[in-house]
Design a protein around this ligand. Structure first.
Ligand SMILES: [Cu+2]
Length: 166
């Protein structure tokens, strides 16, 4: 039972998204905006830069950004230059400080009443240079790994559960 508890305990310690900007459904003006995600703990930075990732899709279905999510303490912060009016969708995933993957998605609206055009001088933060093609999905391996660990923990828990008297 102690072993089962030791296995199941970390699942309670996932970090959570505590606030975000833009909010889900928020309307923002075209231009360079910051997508800010605040977590309850600082996401773990893996050496190869994978694990903390964000994908932004514009209203035409084009991927506006797909790559690492720059981490600043408890925050994931991505500046992005947006001009396409309409609904943008954001999907993110991060490595919780307890080592588990967490993820979420939301959408927000861009309003462009001033005829704003993309700034040719805009560049993504350094970790954004290494863009990941949406087709590659390199983090899937980690999801499978964590899923299999969860199944293993559940199996041990089941095996060690207190037996009922007949
Ligand atoms: Cu966890």
């Amino acid at each position: 039972m102690a072993l089962a508890l030791a296995f199941s305990q970390p699942a309670l310690a996932h970090d959570a998204l505590v606030s975000q900007s833009p909010a889900d459904g928020e309307v923002v003006s075209a231009g360079v905006i910051e997508i800010r995600l605040e977590f309850s703990g600082a996401p773990i930075l893996l050496e190869d830069g994978s694990g903390n990732e964000i994908v932004v899709t514009d209203p035409t279905g084009e991927v506006a950004y797909s790559g690492c999510l720059p981490i600043e303490g408890n925050f994931g912060v991505l500046p992005i230059d947006l001009y396409q009016p309409g609904s943008h969708t954001v999907s993110w995933r991060a490595v919780s400080s307890d080592g588990h993957p967490i993820s979420g998605n939301f959408s927000f609206e861009v309003e462009n009443s001033t005829g704003y055009v993309a700034d040719p001088a805009f560049s993504f933060p350094e970790c954004g240079q290494n863009l990941i093609s949406p087709a590659e999905e390199p983090a899937d391996f980690y999801w499978l790994l964590w899923l299999s660990l969860g199944v293993l923990a559940a199996g041990i828990f089941f095996f060690l559960r207190p037996k009922k008297r007949i």
